[in-house]
Write a protein that binds this ligand. Structure first.
Ligand code: IVH
Length: 659
């Protein structure tokens, strides 16, 4: 598609737009347009300028950072240059040929801000941004606040200058953006914008972690690789080693193209943002021979990968429960092409983040792809239509209607049927199958590893699989495995759980609106899983306190889990109440137990009462035989006294159950 040629007025407006986007970007870090949109705008200005050389581009096409106020109070002793772009294979071949057979290095082009840092006798003395290339802003105080890779003091008394890029890793970005939102400002668009917005603000009240990597250092060295080895010796991380371990060396154009392609392939997995690959002559002699133009050297060039940030309209935010029970927010977008892929869905951080930013359906938002394959919506971008209503998250889980557990940023739904992890955790809980060692961490790990998606999967796990399961991280970032000893305990406990009473199996299925009591009632009434599955809604509803709604949930829950139940039965899990011989001394008696009974849990005491033919109830009424409690002032005790119902001491009751 060819774009219509610009009129002079359009040209002036485009220059205005480019200037204000660049100015606000460099001066305040606010992003009015994505890099891709900005590049497209500059391409249009370039084409018009070619056709009309007399039109005034006000420097947007020629200055290092178009439109930026240098803001510079520090003059660079040697200018901080930019790099010419190479755009296709032919450009790469031409560049490599220009080196005349000398080695060409290929390293990542970090997507951050260029910085120059002077050390005197091992102490950080000055840090300055590139600015317009001749003078830049003094950011010493901000850098001394802490940038990984730029220590305030080196291990040796070195005096010299190191140049490189300040950038944010994906982790730095997440933390910085969350801190900024928590401080009441808009989130950052992407990591470069975040660095630009952070590094100039001296009085920032929130932390914005940043990282440095060097691509140049003062001193006489025969080649770039020796220069960088010196930087490493002094303790600076170097750009060339970040992605590939060692700087890639290409003897010819084909090797350079392969090295560019290799970085391109790695790009998605990198935990730091890159926007291209830098091609550079290794030898000083090559660099001297080729020399430099006014703002770019002839001995280096930048190959740009497609932009990693796009802008598009937010059409909807879908709320779901993820496999681990956490809320997941999915942005539905107008399709946008970012880094080779059309994106229509993206993730959003968490509900508070979305709310605090005032994201609204119909808004234009930035979409960033970095570090992984799932793109994320980071912030609103550019001018917005008026009158949009900010989006608010639902107060309850959309799947089960229960209110969220909001104790962490990623809200959680605990309903067993809403996620695989919840189902496993509930099955293993004390009131259900009581599997020791199978808490949240293990259940999340099992789901994440793909080892268990439902409770029946637990019974085919092997000790070896469990021992190798990553269940946490050490402080140093290492992985903690479950280990052989714990694995053996879990397997033994799973084996034992097969013998747990039938009522616990029913409870453990985690059917909506059912719990410990319903498990016991259903087991007592139907005795076997086959009978329970054959029961009608009316038969279930007839049970005291069940009612039609709960009964329907039981029918639906059993039907949806029929495959799981069959596999549990095949694994040997109890599917019936054992035929009991002997008398039922508590037949016709109803007990309310409040507080603990020695030797029993809440669940086992109720189970024992029912095993002996009695009923366990939660509330005192005229039909209660006795209240079991050691308290005499509680509401239950007062009510019992009023109704003339006897109160039994828990220890005495334990004796009664034991007989
Ligand atoms: S070499 C003469 N190496 O890209 C300038 N630059 O447009 C020498 N950059 O201003 C630069 N990673 O801020 C070089 N590995 C790398 C780089 C890198 C990022 C930036 C740098 C420079 C811009 C060039």
């Amino acid at each position: 598609m060819t774009e219509a040629a610009l009129t002079e007025a359009d040209f002036a407006a485009a220059v205005d737009q480019a200037q204000s986007a660049a100015k606000s970007y460099y001066d305040t870090g606010d992003v009015l347009m994505t890099d891709a949109d900005y590049d497209a705008l500059l391409d249009r200005i370039t084409a018009a300028k070619k056709a009309h050389p007399d039109w005034d581009d006000r420097g947007v096409l020629t200055r290092v950072a178009a439109g930026v106020s240098s803001g510079g109070d520090v003059r660079h002793p040697v200018p901080m240059m930019s790099l010419d772009k190479v755009t296709g294979e032919d450009d790469v071949r031409t560049f490599v040929a220009s080196l005349g057979g000398d080695p060409c290095l290929v390293e990542v082009k970090l997507d951050g801000l260029a910085i120059r840092v002077e050390y005197k006798s091992g102490r950080l003395a000055l840090a300055a941004l590139r600015g317009d290339g001749s003078t830049g802003e003094n950011v010493t105080a901000q850098v001394l606040r802490g940038i990984a890779g730029l220590p305030a003091r080196l291990g040796t008394a070195w005096t010299g200058e190191v140049r490189g890029e300040v950038y944010m890793t994906v982790g730095d970005f997440e933390a910085a953006s969350a801190n900024r939102v928590a401080a009441g400002s808009k989130a950052f668009i992407n990591s470069r914008g975040a660095v630009a917005g952070s590094i100039r603000s001296i009085d920032r009240t929130y932390e914005t972690p940043m990282t440095f990597a060097a691509y140049d250092i003062s001193g006489d060295f025969p080649a770039h690789r020796e220069r960088m080895a010196h930087a490493v010796e002094l303790g600076f991380p170097v750009a060339g080693q970040l992605a590939t371990g060692e700087i890639q060396v290409a003897g010819d154009a084909e090797a350079a193209l392969a090295a560019i392609a290799r970085i391109g392939e790695l790009r998605r997995d990198l935990e730091f943002p890159i926007d291209g690959a830098v091609l550079t002559a290794d030898l000083e002699s090559t660099r001297r021979r080729l020399g430099s133009a006014s703002r770019t050297p002839y001995w280096a060039a930048a190959f740009k990968y497609p932009a990693d940030t796009g802008s598009t309209v937010l059409r909807d935010i879908e709320v779901r429960v993820g496999r681990t029970g956490r809320i997941t927010l999915r942005a539905v977008l107008d399709p946008v092409f970012v880094d080779g892929t059309t994106i229509t869905y993206a993730t959003l951080h968490n509900p508070s983040f979305v709310e605090e930013q005032g994201l609204a359906i119909g808004q234009t938002v930035a979409v960033w792809r970095a570090g992984d394959v799932i793109p994320r919506v980071t912030a609103p971008i550019g001018e917005q239509p008026h009158g949009l209503t900010p989006w608010t998250p639902p107060e309850a889980c959309p799947q089960c209607g229960e209110p969220w557990d909001k104790s962490s940023l990623l809200w959680r739904c605990h309903t067993a049927s809403c996620s695989a992890t919840n189902a496993l955790e509930y099955w293993c809980s004390r009131d259900a199958l009581d599997v020791e060692g199978a808490g949240e961490a293990l259940c999340v790990a099992l789901v994440n590893a793909g080892l268990a998606n439902d409770v029946a999967d637990l019974y085919v796990l092997t000790e070896e699989q469990l021992a190798e399961l990553p269940v946490g991280n050490t402080k140093a970032g290492g992985v903690v495995l479950l280990g052989k000893l714990n694995a053996a305990k879990v397997i033994a406990s799973l084996e034992h759980s097969k013998t747990q009473p039938f009522n616990r199996v029913i409870t453990g299925l985690g059917i909506r609106m059912t719990g410990r009591s319903v498990g016991r009632w259903l087991a007592a009434r139907f005795k076997t899983m086959d009978a329970l599955r054959a029961a009608t809604v009316e038969e279930i509803a007839e049970i005291d306190k069940m009612g039609l709604i709960k009964a329907q949930h039981v029918i639906d829950g059993l039907a949806s889990m029929s495959g799981v139940i069959d596999r549990l039965a095949a694994a040997g899990v109890t599917m019936s109440v054992p035929e009991t011989e002997g008398d039922k001394p508590l037949e016709g008696k109803t007990y309310v137990v409040s507080g603990s009974v020695p030797g029993y849990t809440r669940t086992t005491v109720s189970e024992r009462i029912e095993q002996l033919g009695g009923r366990a109830s939660g509330s005192v009424s005229a039909t209660t035989t006795a209240l079991v409690t050691s308290e005499t002032t509680t509401a239950k005790a007062t009510k019992a006294a009023k109704l003339g119902i006897p109160i039994i001491d828990p220890a005495e009751f334990a004796n009664l159950l034991a007989d």
